[in-house]
Design a protein around this ligand. Structure first.
Ligand code: ZN
Length: 151
């Protein structure tokens, strides 16, 4: 197994108790559990990030991170959601798909200068490498994220 395989890690907040967990993405078949409440940590679907957690998630994740900046009232965001669900499912362990509710997390939305929703931002090693404002189709998401395998 390549070193890069061993080094695939993500930091995500537990959806049940909000505790930050470090997840070994090379061992997803082992079904990672929250270290605090013991419930499953699921990274094969978009994971919520907030003002409180986004820094730790970006700093602690070695695979590309997609951040979907959305709002509950945004129609195009709902149109886009299945494509993001599919990306998260198909590329689980290679890409971490996150979602930011821009109404509830305005500090982060401002920090990343989100002016329209949906806005998709791709980070590698904590740095923004790509961005798109507006709806994208599933295959266009792959192009935005770029190749994986090298964290
Ligand atoms: Zn938990």
């Amino acid at each position: 197994m390549a070193v890069t395989e061993l080094g695939r890690k993500a930091t995500v907040a537990c959806p049940f108790c909000a505790t930050l967990n470090r997840v070994d993405l090379g061992r997803l078949p082992d079904r990672p559990k929250c270290g605090h409440c013991g419930r499953p940590i699921l990274v094969d679907r978009p994971v919520a990030v907030t003002d409180a957690t986004v820094e730790a998630v970006l700093a602690g994740t070695t695979v590309p991170v997609v951040m979907d900046c959305y709002a509950d009232w945004c129609g195009p965001c709902k149109i886009m959601a299945p494509a993001l669900d599919d990306l998260a499912h198909e590329r689980a362990g290679e890409v971490l798909v996150t979602k930011l509710d821009t109404d509830r997390n305005q500090a982060t939305a401002q920090r990343f200068n989100v002016r329209a929703i949906p806005t998709l931002i791709v980070f590698r090693e904590g740095r923004e490498v790509a961005r798109h404002a507006g709806v994208l189709a599933r295959r266009e998401l792959d192009a935005l994220v770029g190749p994986t395998g090298q964290p």
